[in-house]
Design a protein around this ligand. Structure first.
Ligand SMILES: Nc1ncnc2c1ncn2[C@@H]1O[C@H](COP(=O)(O)OP(=O)(O)OP(=O)(O)O)[C@@H](O)[C@H]1O
Length: 563
């Protein structure tokens, strides 16, 4: 750790100077950073140069980030999707951060491509356009043609960007370590986790082979869709630093005059775009996380094309159901269902006052139900939901914010194409379909299988655990820690839990017995015609009864929790 501080010392001091210059000397004086102030110099060494800003605290934080460069800008942009961590005013500032960066010289791009391909450009491309199609903090894009004739784009990383980001990430870790106490006071209890998550997403973005894999995944998922296309990545020519992709010609989805010129109905294009997005979220649970108009193209035949798969979000099946449940709860004006689904969605849901939580959700529902569908706006709803998530410190998966942001961007595009475009009209049927899917026989069956496997593993470890506890008791080694205060409800809960576990174990045992007896029966050809034996019927009946008891106990528990 200390070694890291020394190796980053120059840059850390640079950061400290920037902090002081923008009026944040308290971050230096009240943290371990003060130990790094050069001997004989007071922390306010920059006061003479300190620019007096008329700007507020949040704006000055943005200016600091801009001055610190690309890694910090990327971090701030990623955090601008996390209203559960940062106040709204700071997020508004972070959204202003520009990612437009001038291109780097084409000779460097050519050199890197040749190094990565291991051969001259002319051995792979018949044409290579030196003018870039676009450039950002990580890389830039050139148009080219393969020797085989296909038109392609070549994404090339900025030379040294991987090393630069790695150094900045280590610096960031150091800064977070040195200012941990200060950050905690600002309400950020887990800054290292944030850096970890950021590092994971940056590592993916910096590896173009991961982007190529995402493109192939989407190409497979949408192979049968005629209205949606994902360009093909040429993986044989791609590495972590260069990515060759099929060139697609089309216009930005927001270019209404061009769509009209091609004879396309803009409202229909908006509808198709939204449908494609909602299938990603609610059907496949994997979605393109950055649908700004530059990344959504339309071909003259109306096909929607997505480019730039550097950031892809994912929801597990359970998260998908819970997310849909929040929307459906709202549509049905059922605050309780909304609250329960929020709790399912949160990673560490510790909502001390469920009644107040429900009341807040109810306020939101009431505010929205007085509106006509046409007046409802996704961005208003996203704002309200984000405030609730922030207030209750619900740690919902990052993908949820990416979805809300994507829906807001898509709504913006939809309104450009068709003024009365309404996101809710599209979301509702998807939500309803997902709820139906959740309770489909196949899903219930797979849930039951999952529970069965868990119970079996519990059964397999239980005897060992019990034996260990018994051994400890006989040796007089068993220590029980009891904390006084409010233990009665806990004991009651534990008692109920033990009863439910025993019933579940019995149900599994009877079910296994039924299965085994049937297997034995059907393995003999002669016995096949004798039908199902009485004993199997009996054990199936007992299993059914035990399951019924479990369901009733579960319902009662839910009822108790609601009350
Ligand atoms: N397959 C493609 N066909 C045609 N043009 C493309 C293709 N891929 C990229 N482009 C062009 O290159 C530009 C930059 O591409 P891309 O968005 O993938 O790069 P990026 O470095 O991730 O940029 P940003 O982060 O700004 O979105 C696009 O806006 C588009 O104009």
């Amino acid at each position: 750790m200390f070694k890291n501080t020394i190796s980053n010392l120059g840059r850390i001091r640079q950061v400290m100077e920037v902090l002081v210059r923008y009026g944040f000397e308290d971050v230096v004086t009240s943290t371990a950073l003060r130990r790094l102030v050069p001997q004989g110099r007071r922390v306010s060494w920059q006061h003479a140069e300190k620019t007096v800003f008329d700007t507020n605290r949040w704006e000055r934080i943005r200016l600091i980030i801009e001055e610190l460069g690309p890694t910090f800008i990327k971090l701030a942009q990623a955090l601008s999707n996390r209203p559960d961590l940062l106040p709204e005013a700071l997020i508004d500032e972070f959204e202003k951060l520009q990612s437009d960066v001038p291109p780097f010289p084409v000779v460097m791009a050519r050199r890197l491509i040749e190094e990565e391909l291991g051969r001259p450009i002319s051995e792979v491309f018949s044409e290579f356009d030196d003018v870039t199609l676009g450039s950002a903090s990580i890389g830039q894009v050139h148009k080219a043609r393969l020797l085989t004739g296909e038109e392609v784009v070549v994404k090339v990383q900025r030379p040294g960007v991987q090393e630069k980001v790695r150094t900045d990430l280590s610096l960031l870790r150091e800064l977070v370590r040195l200012t941990a106490g200060f950050l905690r006071k600002q309400g950020l209890s887990n800054p290292q986790d944030i850096v970890d998550a950021f590092e994971r997403s940056m590592t993916k973005e910096l590896d173009y082979t991961s982007e190529a894999r995402s493109m192939d995944q989407f190409r497979k998922l949408y192979a049968d869709y005629e209205t949606f296309y994902v360009p093909k990545p040429y993986r044989e020519f791609s590495t972590s630093k260069i990515l060759i992709i099929e060139f697609v010609s089309g216009c930005k989805i927001s270019n209404k005059p061009q769509l009209l010129e091609w004879g396309l109905d803009p409202a229909k294009v908006a509808e198709t775009g939204m449908d494609i997005y909602l299938t990603q979220i609610f059907e496949f649970g994997v979605f393109h996380a950055d649908p700004h108009p530059g990344n959504v193209l339309v071909r003259p035949d109306g096909t929607i094309v997505l480019i730039d798969f550097g950031m892809v979000g994912k929801l597990t099946k359970q998260q998908k159901y819970a997310f849909a449940g929040v929307f459906i709860g709202m549509a049905r004006q059922d605050a309780r269902s909304m609250a329960l689904n929020f709790r399912r969605l949160a990673l560490h849901a510790d909502i001390p006052d469920m009644r107040r939580f429900e009341a807040d959700l109810n306020d939101l529902i009431e505010d929205f139900t007085v509106l006509d569908v046409k007046e409802m706006s996704m961005s208003d709803l996203a704002d309200r939901l984000q405030v609730i998530i922030y207030d209750y410190k619900l740690q919902v998966p990052g993908a949820v914010f990416l979805i809300l942001r994507a829906l807001v961007i898509l709504e913006g595009i939809g309104k450009v194409l068709h003024p009365s475009f309404n996101t809710f009209e599209f979301v509702r049927p998807y939500g309803a379909r997902i709820i139906a899917e959740q309770y489909s026989p196949e899903n219930l069956m797979s849930e039951a299988q999952y529970t069965g496997v868990q119970l079996l593993s519990l059964l397999s470890t239980l005897p060992t655990d019990v034996r260990q506890i018994m051994r400890k008791i006989s040796r007089g080694d068993l220590r029980v820690k009891v904390e006084l205060g409010g233990y009665q409800p806990l004991l009651r809960k534990a008692d109920q839990l033990v009863s439910r576990t025993i019933i579940a174990l019995l149900a599994v045992a009877f079910l296994l017995f039924s299965g085994l007896s049937l297997m034995g029966r059907y393995s003999s050809e002669m016995a096949y015609h004798r039908g199902i034996p009485m004993l199997t019927w009996f054990s199936l009946g007992v299993t059914g009864f035990l399951l019924l008891v479990l369901v009733i106990m579960g319902l009662k528990k839910e009822q108790r929790e609601r009350d």
